[in-house]
Design a protein around this ligand. Sequence first.
Ligand SMILES: Nc1nc2c(c(=O)[nH]1)N[C@H]1C(S)=C(S)[C@@H](COP(=O)(O)OP(=O)(O)OC[C@H]3O[C@@H](n4cnc5c(N)ncnc54)[C@H](O)[C@@H]3O)O[C@H]1N2
Ligand code: MOO
Length: 313
Amino acid sequence: MLFQNSHGRAAATGADSVVMLEHTVPVDDTMIEIIKGVGAGTNLIRKGEDIKRDTTALSEGHLLRPQDLGLLAGLGIAEVNVYKKIRVGIVSTGDEIIPFQEKPRTGQIRNINSLTLTGMVRRLGGEVTDYGIVSDHRDIFFPALEKAVQENDIVLFSGGSSVGVRDLGEQAVETLGPPGILVHGVALKPGKPILIGMSGATPVFGLPGHPVSALVCFDLFVGPAIRALQGKNEILPEPGLSCVLSRNINSAAGRRDLVRVKLKLENDTWTAYPILGKSGSISTLSRADGFFVIDEENQGVSRDDQVLVYLYQ
Ligand SMILES: Nc1nc2c(c(=O)[nH]1)N[C@H]1C(S)=C(S)[C@@H](COP(=O)(O)OP(=O)(O)OC[C@H]3O[C@@H](n4cnc5c(N)ncnc54)[C@H](O)[C@@H]3O)O[C@H]1N2
Ligand code: MOO
């Protein structure tokens, strides 16, 4: 018996395969010739072929991507339990810092970090409360930090992480209550003076004031903390691109260096051009396509070496 079936329709009862229209030739009004044979099961989508009853569609801690929402839609599931958004409080300290819309007088610096850190948190799905620019005097800074800790799941402040006379970051974290400071200073460039502490269950990060250092520390320390608090249970490899280095770069032994690079496709090979510059120069990061790492045990890398470049989104 012959059935004409538009794709997507249920197959005719009893049929075990479907022949494509273009593989048939009409003979007369009631008959067609099949010019390409099919085996049983061909061109059929079977019930349960995509996902079987009683199998786990998505496990707890899975980040819902567009394809996962598609899977839920295919299963007719309109609501699932999700973790609440992580609330992140951001404080920029420093009496020299002014709103970026204003024109700086001598010694004043436009606020870059509040904006960049807010973007980084939002990209990871967090919710930001921006506490703005806070004076680095203890009677103003300490209560501001305490308020941020009470109102958020994670608190970031930038500036005041190193050991200058006015750098009150460490004292501020200690006054927030135990366990207090966990880490002050890491063998990393840029980002050496980072402060990591906890007030009760709330992580507090004192990021270096230099805008590049603050963002590098965000990538290495704050991002993983946000992901952990979001309940993500999957650890995936960081995607990296193998590139050829354009020049020699020195590094101190015992310190991990992150080198920003611009990438160029040359003769079918990606070449990484290091962007040199101080950690106060945000333009170096704005120009960068990614970075590679020189490990503690290496004192540098040479021209034409292969380096693994982690791409900025
Ligand atoms: N005695 C030492 N001094 C310094 C050390 C050290 O180990 N011992 N480390 C240096 C390194 S490395 C870095 S990085 C900086 C980090 O300094 P702080 O975290 O204390 O930050 P500040 O001194 O307050 O600021 C540094 C720099 O960044 C500018 N800044 C601060 N906030 C912002 C902002 N929101 N937007 C844009 N720019 C900002 C600030 O004006 C300073 O110019 O310490 C070294 N010193
Ligand atoms: O860590 Mo500082 O960030 O080297 O300039």
